[in-house]
Design a protein around this ligand. Structure first.
Ligand SMILES: Cc1ncc(COP(=O)(O)O)c(C=O)c1O
Length: 370
């Protein structure tokens, strides 16, 4: 069994920082950045000669990522990031809405701008939070037979509130509403039940991969019902005759068709390496660790904690923003988001680190306001 110490050995950051900002960006393991270098070395020496090898490896990557998410490979496309996924979802659903005589989206005011701005520019109902909590009954009330889709995070970025996506799917289904879930703050930390119509995520947070590669899940039903918003050479099956007949072509199988152009191979290969490593450590074991470590912070910090019981790995607390800078000078990295101090430990952080952070924060807060 892979030990936490082995993971920490492979992470440069663990020796320098108490890094509790994994909800912003997780550090990459040296073995993962090695994959990036390897691809650039290969293309420097071989140009396009290994293109088919990359395309074959791409399918292995799709299988690995799909298996990690507990979904079929045909449901997964590699996009650039979560934001691109959410905007792609919007374009698909807006068209579907026109056909179904539905014109309104629903989201909440706890969403990250990427899951708020695109919908809010359309006809949209925005469910308000009450002290960093969203009441599922308010979501239910906001939806009716004119609602196209509900867009919501699985785990909210500011305080780690974990929305019950199974229950949300149930109330969406009752009204014929599609469910779009931003999974970037849960995938890689806590289990994501793939019951939604669309899920959007990225590699650089809890999955410990690079920037520039996002994951886009679409259910088979929705793929059948919607049009592709983007189309390109990579959306269609390769034509051996090289004629690329624009009137007569076959779409690629499943969600592959969303990858309209050439893909960032090194980023996808590196992300997959990381996903394989997370699988080897154990998904359940990761969840146990992140819940234990974040639970220590919730129990120990003398701050006004705004993270509820139904939560992911993120801890949000009301407090003086200047604490971020004070802690940074002590080698501890946290962040401030949406008016809260945010602590986000990953599985490779240690209990000793949590104890030290609790000591440092409580020593600062006991001195009164800065
Ligand atoms: C909940 C949430 N959604 C979306 C994003 C943006 O992700 P991306 O850079 O993959 O588009 C973030 C970034 O912090 C986030 O926290």
């Amino acid at each position: 069994m892979v030990s936490k110490e082995e993971v920490r050995e492979d992470l440069g950051i663990a020796r320098k920082w108490i890094y509790l900002d994994n909800a912003a960006t997780s550090p990459m393991r040296r073995s993962v950045t090695g994959e990036l270098c390897e691809w650039y070395r290969d293309v420097a020496e071989n140009g396009d000669l290994n293109y088919e090898v990359y395309m074959k490896r791409l399918e292995e990557c799709r299988d690995a990522v799909a298996s990690f998410m507990g979904v079929g490979s045909d449901n997964i496309a590699f996009l650039k990031n979560t934001t691109e996924g959410l905007n792609t979802a919007l374009l698909m659903l807006r068209e579907l809405g026109k056909r179904e005589h539905r014109d309104t989206f629903v989201t909440t005011d706890m969403e990250y701008p990427s899951n708020l701005l695109p919908w809010a520019r359309e006809k949209c109902r925005i469910v308000r939070n009450d002290d960093h909590l969203i009441d599922i009954n308010d979501i239910d009330k906001a939806m009716d037979d004119k609602t196209i889709a509900l867009a919501i995070s699985h785990v909210e970025y500011s305080n780690g509130l974990k929305n019950d996506i199974r229950e949300l799917k149930r109330i969406c289904d009752e009204k014929g509403v599609r469910l779009v879930v931003d999974v970037v703050q849960s995938l890689g930390a806590v289990d994501v039940e793939p019951c939604m119509d669309i899920a959007c995520g990225a590699g650089y947070k809890w999955l410990m991969g690079p920037y520039g590669v996002g994951l886009f899940y679409v259910s088979r039903e929705l793929m059948k019902e919607t049009e592709l918003p983007f189309l390109g050479h990579n959306s269609i099956e390769y034509d051996e005759t090289e004629r690329f007949d624009h009137r007569n072509y076959e779409m690629k199988k499943g969600a592959r068709r969303f990858e309209a152009g050439n893909l960032p191979f090194p980023l996808i290969f590196a992300l997959t390496k990381s996903v394989e490593q997370l699988s080897a450590f154990g998904k359940k074991r990761i969840e146990r660790e992140v819940m234990k470590l974040s639970g220590m912070l919730i129990g120990g910090l003398d701050l006004d904690i705004k993270t509820p019981r139904n939560r992911g790995a993120i801890v949000g607390a009301a407090g003086d923003k200047r604490l971020v800078e004070i802690l940074r000078r002590k080698g501890i990295s946290i962040s401030a988001r949406d008016g809260l101090l945010r602590f986000s430990p990953h599985f490779w952080n240690t209990e000793e680190e949590m104890e030290r952070v609790i000591r440092e924060v409580n020593a600062e807060t006991s001195q009164g306001p800065h």
